[in-house]
Design a protein around this ligand. Structure first.
Ligand SMILES: [Zn+2]
Length: 208
């Protein structure tokens, strides 16, 4: 059984405050495996590998149509490209296209169903999103029969560890195919993070 948080930022994201070293320690402590999905870059992957802690190397890109994530990314994809160009780049390197916080109109979530249909995984719980947006994503994923996952969208250390997807998978099966298969019977565990706490962290630099 693995617990995976499919959406985590490190200090390699312009707005991330978790160093790869800190994330490795948090992962060991909580038993939650992170997908490292920094904005527009994969610089944290090589740094994180040094700690010998399992993770999914990913990237979150701001496409022209909204935020989009690739899981198991080796080659970074440039920001600002068209959704379908990013999709092609992910597919050509065997990465899994993952639609984060879809329909979230307060953030650049992909708004059209066609982008969700083109993705392999729909994020149906994002700890930073409002419940109504997540519900819409969940309804969509169920209707389309798409694998569903949860992501904390952590940028601060305190956000990591309480949102994850529980999968019947072993560490050595942490690969695209077995992962997609296991997601069919996965359990979503999510805890929403406080917007107030995030604002305080952003403007004062104080967080626990
Ligand atoms: Zn994110």
């Amino acid at each position: 059984m693995l617990r995976i948080d499919f959406h985590v930022h490190t200090s390699h994201s312009f707005d991330g405050r978790i160093s790869p070293e800190q994330l490795a320690a948090l992962s060991k402590k909580t038993g939650v495996i992170p997908a490292i999905t920094d904005h527009d870059g994969i610089g944290a992957h090589s740094e994180f590998r040094k700690f010998g802690v399992p993770f999914i190397p990913g990237e979150e890109i701001e496409t022209a149509q909204g935020d989009f994530i690739g899981l198991f990314v080796n080659e970074p994809v440039k920001r600002g490209v068209d959704f379908y160009e990013a999709l092609d780049s992910f597919r050509s390197q065997g990465a899994i296209p993952y639609a984060p916080h879809m329909f979230d109109s307060l953030r650049p979530g992909l708004a059209k169903e066609e982008y969700g249909r083109a993705s392999d995984i729909i994020e149906v719980f994002n700890a930073r999103s409002l419940e109504r947006f997540d519900k819409k994503a969940e309804e969509f994923a169920k209707r389309e029969g798409k694998p569903m996952a949860a992501g904390s969208d952590s940028h601060y250390p305190y956000e990591f560890g309480t949102t994850y997807t529980e999968l019947n998978l072993s560490e050595d099966q942490l690969q695209p195919k077995p992962l997609l298969k296991a997601l069919k019977n996965a359990k979503i565990v999510g805890k929403r993070t406080s917007l107030l706490k995030r604002k305080i962290a952003k403007y004062t630099g104080i967080y626990l």
